[in-house]
Write a protein that binds this ligand. Structure first.
Ligand SMILES: Cc1ncc(COP(=O)(O)O)c(C=O)c1O
Length: 355
């Protein structure tokens, strides 16, 4: 698993087309206006009305009792696992999951838990794989406490977990006394792509969260939802981790604006991702994973250009994307237009021709 975001070379050309990540979105003028108008208070003592409204809206959206605003999606995962588990406990997640691969080892460093990586295609494990990894409680084996899934699965290619698989995993987990956590960094992408509501996607899951700083276009923030008791415990960890804030309503206003204006338009990102995949797959030798949402993974090696070289060549032409796990990942979002996709395909074609 490799992903090292390199610092930008100050002499690199201006980025014209930014396909690096949906985290690269900039707040729109309307979002900035909403932020400027936000009513604020002291979030840490529960006095920020805009944060409170955001939490209420997300709790309703996800069909849970309560919710809490966090500075980042990573903190949603870290605080949730800390709330569920004790040192020595075991979490089960897909081998490519963010909780395993991209949170700086927080679960081990801060919680002393172990995570069992489950295998499976496209960032998803089959319910049977999960069932097979469970063991009876005994003094010899670590207590299995939590199962976590990513909807959508990032490194899997932005793939969507089927509702039937999610339900099956919840059923198995409950039968074995495990809690269930949904990393919903891109949950709304899955909802828009399938037409299944966020409430239904998260139904049965003890906790779920959504990220506002990705395709939704806000500068900061995730909101995690669950039972009132669970959220109280997450609040304790948020305080311990230094994540409690003050006049955070300015940021929450951006998130509310995103809920009102940037959810349905995720369909445009998905259409752009499909157009990119279609264009790339028409170039001989380029291997493309068909996107289900806004992430497009491809390998140009068969066309005579190594992935690293393709990323570097595109970078010289002002197109930013990254290698992830031996493939190139392109991510569509709010600041990417259909024209930019067409131009990117044209540039890839030109680089392959020259090679
Ligand atoms: C699946 C998944 N979970 C969690 C995160 C962490 O979110 P954040 O960048 O807001 O900390 C990411 C970020 O890319 C992600 O892709």
């Amino acid at each position: 698993m490799s992903y090292t975001p390199a610092p930008r070379d100050p002499k690199a050309p201006l980025v014209r087309i930014n396909l690096l990540s949906d985290t690269q979105t900039r707040p729109t003028p309307a979002m900035r206006e909403a932020m400027a108008r936000a009513e604020v208070g002291d979030e840490q003592i529960g006095d920020d009305p805009t944060v409170n409204l955001l939490c209420q809206r997300v709790a309703e959206l996800l069909g849970k009792e309560a919710a809490v605003f966090m500075p980042s999606g990573t903190m949603c995962n870290v605080a949730a696992t800390l709330a569920y588990c004790r040192p020595g406990d075991e979490i089960l997640a897909h081998a490519t999951a963010h909780v395993i691969a991209r949170e700086g080892g927080a679960h081990a460093a801060l919680g002393g838990f172990q995570i069992t990586p489950l295998s499976g295609d496209d960032g998803q494990f089959a319910p049977e794989t999960f069932r097979a990894a469970l063991h009876p409680r005994s003094r010899y084996q670590p207590p299995q406490v939590l199962v976590s899934v990513e909807q959508t699965a990032n490194i899997g290619g932005g793939t969507i977990w089927k509702k039937s698989a999610l339900d099956e995993i919840v059923g198995i987990a409950k039968a074995h006394g495990l809690a269930t956590h949904m990393d919903g960094a891109r949950l709304l992408n899955a909802c828009v792509a399938t037409g299944i509501s966020a409430r239904d996607m998260a139904a049965g899951w003890d906790s779920a969260w959504i990220d506002f700083s990705k395709g939704l276009g806000a500068p900061i923030g995730g909101v995690i939802a669950g039972s009132r008791d669970f959220i109280d415990e997450v609040w304790r960890w948020k305080q311990r981790l230094g994540g409690s804030m003050r006049q955070a309503g300015i940021c929450a206003a951006a998130c509310i604006h995103a809920l009102d204006h940037h959810v349905d338009r995720l369909a445009d990102d998905h259409a752009n991702a499909r157009a990119l995949a279609r264009g790339l797959s028409q170039i001989d030798g380029i291997e493309v994973q068909q996107p289900e949402t806004n992430l497009v993974f491809f390998k140009p090696d068969g066309a005579g250009v190594a992935g690293d070289n393709m990323v570097a060549e595109l970078g010289r032409r002002g197109v930013l994307l990254a290698m992830m796990d031996g493939r190139i990942r392109a991510c569509t979002h709010l600041d990417v237009t259909a024209g930019m996709i067409e131009e990117t395909v044209g540039l890839v074609r030109e680089i392959v021709r020259r090679a």
